[in-house]
Design a protein around this ligand. Structure first.
Ligand code: MG
Ligand code: ZN
Length: 538
């Protein structure tokens, strides 16, 4: 490949040599380098600071579970390249996942919350449609649900990301060879909700009773039947079925979102007997897609980094970053010694305005140091608390997500849902203890200052009382979790700016053949990044 490109360049030099001097730079000027396989891995909400959390934990946590202290991103950079990319939409400063993934998938500017359309609302060819035209295999893998914004933007064309009743039909029309994620409920007819029906029993049996049978549809369409009978998909609902899959497969492994990172890595005894991990889904996708001699395009989403960050749940965020790391390591293992594959790792945006920060709380006591400058007895005495790396082990030690902690509280009889009970739960499942007085504040409510009748998330009349930046905590039902994060902020050495996304530029890690990587190593916009990925497919 490289030889052919070089030859062309030299031929051009020879022709032009009479008119212009041909410099050495001309001879290596890259034309659009092509590869057989493109794997795009999206950490949803994985801004530079989320990457930083993984790196700090790997390098500095006294008992890091990453024994080598080396992350998959370190492996990417051994021979890879790094760029950064702006994520803004056609006419906004900040993006959501739908518009951002649309920009990555189509190379065209989109509007916020749109799927697969340009900024004016015209359907645009996405990278999966293009790859299929070229005879390549294609795949979508996500630990959220397959109809959720990020995977949907790579296959669907809808005016709004919330149209999850229509997205499955778009996914089937686009026809990616493998689709592995959660979200079974959007594929089942409304009638499946009748627990006494033959249909309900039949579905329960088909899924091996591993998934709750529930429909989120508003019609009688059974899209599993359409997938299997009209589109030729094998169906998989659990890990065993996934691992037997050899060809075109629709794998739906949860009723809605898949297990979170803490459950996946620590509480495997319940859901994960049957549910595959993001790594396992990715490995099986590579196994299947790798059989196509024309090559493939695969998008893998580590989608719950964003969900943890919206809730400002630092312990969960760390586990989501570890899940991402495990998955990327598996992809790098697969691609080891291959010259025909381009791996792109990026994020769709940053979520939460997260970061470790130094504070005025618990300032370490002055102490002596062995260095010559301190030999006279002077004490080392910084003015602030710059953060003890021990906090990383404590963050890792979290046993339940904030969401699951509040679910436990909400399951109790109303008169037991007290600040004292919340204190007990938080102090049982996390290393950052709260007081009952703090729990009172977390559970305090107020008349909704952002109230909008009928709004998907601002429609409640009474909501948790936010002390600061309330306008940016728009998923109001979850705001108790954000308030818990604020309560433990100083002890975690962590600040969170928002409950939504920020405009922070995101990293672009690429690994592949030298000439293919080169164009990524600059300051890009996600439309350019998408175009480069599309053009890289041969
Ligand atoms: Mg997503
Ligand atoms: Zn988000």
């Amino acid at each position: 490949m490289m030889k052919i490109l070089m030859k062309k360049s030299w031929a051009y030099c020879l022709i032009s040599v009479a008119l212009l001097s041909c410099t050495a730079a001309d001879s290596v000027k890259p034309e659009t380098a092509k590869v057989k396989n493109v794997i795009m891995i999206i950490g949803d909400g994985m801004g530079p600071q989320q990457v930083g959390l993984l790196l700090s934990y790997a390098r500095q946590a006294p008992h890091s579970v990453i024994a080598s202290r080396t992350t998959a991103l370190d492996r990417m950079m051994e021979q890879g390249r790094l760029g950064i990319s702006m994520t803004y939409t056609a006419d906004t400063l900040v993006t959501d996942s739908a518009a951002s993934a649309t920009q990555l998938a189509t190379g065209k500017f989109a509007g916020a919350e749109m799927l697969g359309l340009d900024k004016d609302g015209n359907p645009q060819e996405n990278i999966i449609e293009k790859a299929r035209r070229m005879g390549k295999a294609t795949g979508l893998v996500s630990d959220t649900r397959i109809t959720h914004a990020t995977p949907a933007a790579f296959a669907a064309h809808q005016t709004h990301r919330s149209q999850e009743n229509s997205i499955p039909e778009d996914l089937l029309a686009t026809g990616a060879d493998v689709m592995f994620s959660g979200g079974l409920s959007f594929w089942l007819p409304e009638q499946a909700n009748d627990k006494n029906s033959a249909l309900h029993r039949q579905l329960a049996q088909m899924t091996g009773n591993s998934i709750e049978i529930k429909s989120s549809r508003k019609d009688a369409k059974n899209l599993l039947t359409v997938a299997a009978e009209q589109q030729g998909y094998a169906l998989a609902f659990n890990k065993a079925q996934l691992q037997q899959a050899t060809g075109k497969t629709l794998g739906l492994f949860a009723e809605s979102g898949m297990a979170n990172g803490i459950v996946e890595t620590k509480n495997r005894d319940n859901v994960l007997h049957t549910q595959p991990t993001l790594k396992e889904m990715s490995e099986q996708a590579l196994e299947i897609l790798g059989r196509n001699e024309q090559g493939f395009f695969l998008m893998i989403e580590s989608g719950q980094i964003d969900w943890a960050a919206h809730r400002n749940d630092t312990g969960l965020l760390l586990h989501e970053m570890l899940r991402f790391n495990d998955t990327l390591n598996a992809v790098l293992d697969w691609a080891e010694n291959r010259q025909d594959t381009l791996i792109i790792v990026t994020a769709d945006h940053e979520t939460g305005g997260f970061g470790f920060s130094y504070s005025g709380v618990d300032i370490p006591k002055p102490h002596s140091l062995p260095g010559v400058a301190f030999a006279g007895g002077a004490l080392f005495q910084p003015n602030f608390n710059f953060g003890n790396p021990d906090v990383l082990d404590k963050i890792y030690a979290q046993q339940l997500s904030y969401h699951d902690i509040f679910s436990q509280l909400d399951k109790l009889p109303k008169d037991q849902q007290t600040p004292l009970k919340l204190t007990e739960l938080v102090n049982r499942y996390t290393e950052f203890k709260i007081t009952e007085a703090q729990a009172v504040k977390i559970l305090a409510t107020e008349a909704n200052p952002l109230y909008r009748a009928g709004h998907m998330s601002l429609g409640e009349k009474t909501v948790p009382k936010m002390e600061v930046n309330g306008a940016f905590f728009v998923y109001q039902k979850e705001n108790r979790e954000n308030l818990l994060a604020q309560a433990v902020s100083a002890s975690q050495q962590v600040v969170w700016a928002t409950g939504t996304h920020t405009s922070t530029p995101v990293f672009v890690f690429v690994k592949g053949e030298e000439q293919t990587m080169q164009p990524f190593a600059k300051i890009l916009h996600h439309t350019q990044l998408g175009r480069l990925a599309i053009d890289a497919l041969q």
